[in-house]
Design a binder for this molecule. Structure first.
Ligand code: PHE
Ligand code: ZN
Ligand code: ZN
Ligand code: ZN
Length: 295
């Protein structure tokens, strides 16, 4: 309650998108259930004085999060193929699509490639921690590398949500041919986009679309450092259009993942066909770059 909060002086934690939604600062009210950042929470509290009502599901806590990094035994380590997926989820649900799907697809490829007798380029896998708190694990990782170590990364592939229940087939728009007003990715990102598009179109017979490549997942810090990147995405809170239903099936007017960051993100709510196709694309593109990054 307000009195208790006054004594503590701070609200919050679970910063879902770094955004404060549904509350006007300065207006006493309920802290939104979506969570607010500590900074926004402090502002809200200061503006609202003692009359703010706290949602006590949100509190501040220090926790340790870890990245899990693994590299194949064979292959050049000065021309690394890097593939990653975030391992954490929001507190609300089990996080099966976001991001058990990407993590599991990545693990299967790691298991298969790890025993491969001779790769030309080593593959490094990253299961990132604390993505949901602001891409923290991947950002710290990239920033912890020396410039020389960053140059050893040929490219980065990202998998964040690849089995959405009302699935879209999105490939990060590395060449900015689809998303308007967004810069193209670092040189090489266009080729990565094309590799995923070609595989899904030819082998899986699915038409794909480009999607936002501005940094809303763990590839963000890689592209900031000029490392070409790409990846797959079956959609979150965006709404499926009738045109997309004609291509992919599913339900128009409904979110690609109606359970996005919700309780319903469980094993019962995953599109296994989408997961299977995308896991194959993940494996194929990763393995082909382990053979060569020349084309
Ligand atoms: N990074 C988001 C998450 O983990 C997923 C997402 C990526 C949503 C890109 C929209 C666009 O919740
Ligand atoms: Zn998420
Ligand atoms: Zn995610
Ligand atoms: Zn494109």
């Amino acid at each position: 309650n307000a009195a208790a909060a006054g004594a503590i002086g701070v609200i919050v934690a679970n910063n879902i998108d770094g955004k404060l939604s549904g509350v006007t600062l300065g207006t006493p009210g309920v802290v939104p259930t979506g969570g607010v950042s500590k900074a926004d929470g402090d502002k809200l509290f200061a503006a609202a004085g003692q009359s703010v009502t706290l949602d006590l599901r949100y509190h501040e806590e220090q926790k340790v999060s870890r990245n899990v990094i693994a590299t194949t035994k064979t292959g050049r380590r000065d021309n690394l193929v890097f593939a990653g997926a975030h391992l954490d989820s929001v507190a609300n649900g089990a996080g099966i699509n976001d991001n058990g799907s990407g993590s599991a697809g990545l693990l299967e490829t790691a298991l298969q490639l790890g025993s491969s007798p001779k790769l030309n380029n080593a593959v490094r896998f990253g299961w990132w921690g604390a993505e949901e708190l602001g891409l923290i694990g991947s950002t710290k990782y990239v920033q912890s590398l020396t410039f020389e170590q960053q140059l050893d990364i040929a490219l980065y592939l990202n998998f964040d949500m690849i089995g959405s229940p009302n699935a879209a087939y999105f490939v990060y728009d590395g060449d900015n041919s689809d998303a308007v007003g967004e810069p193209a990715g670092p040189y090489g990102s266009a080729q990565i986009e094309k590799a995923f598009v070609d595989y899904l179109t030819v082998e899986k017979k699915v038409q794909v679309e480009g999607t936002d490549f501005s940094g809303r997942s763990d590839y963000g810090e890689f592209i900031k450092h000029g490392i070409p990147a790409g990846g797959l995405f079956t959609g979150a809170e965006g709404i499926k259009t009738p045109e997309q239903v004609a291509k992919w099936g599913g339900t128009a007017g409904v979110a690609y993942d109606p359970n996005y960051h919700g309780k319903g993100d469980n094993l019962g709510n995953i599109d296994r066909v989408a997961l299977d196709r995308n896991a194959d694309a993940l494996a194929w593109v990763t393995a082909s770059y382990a053979i060569s990054t020349e084309s």
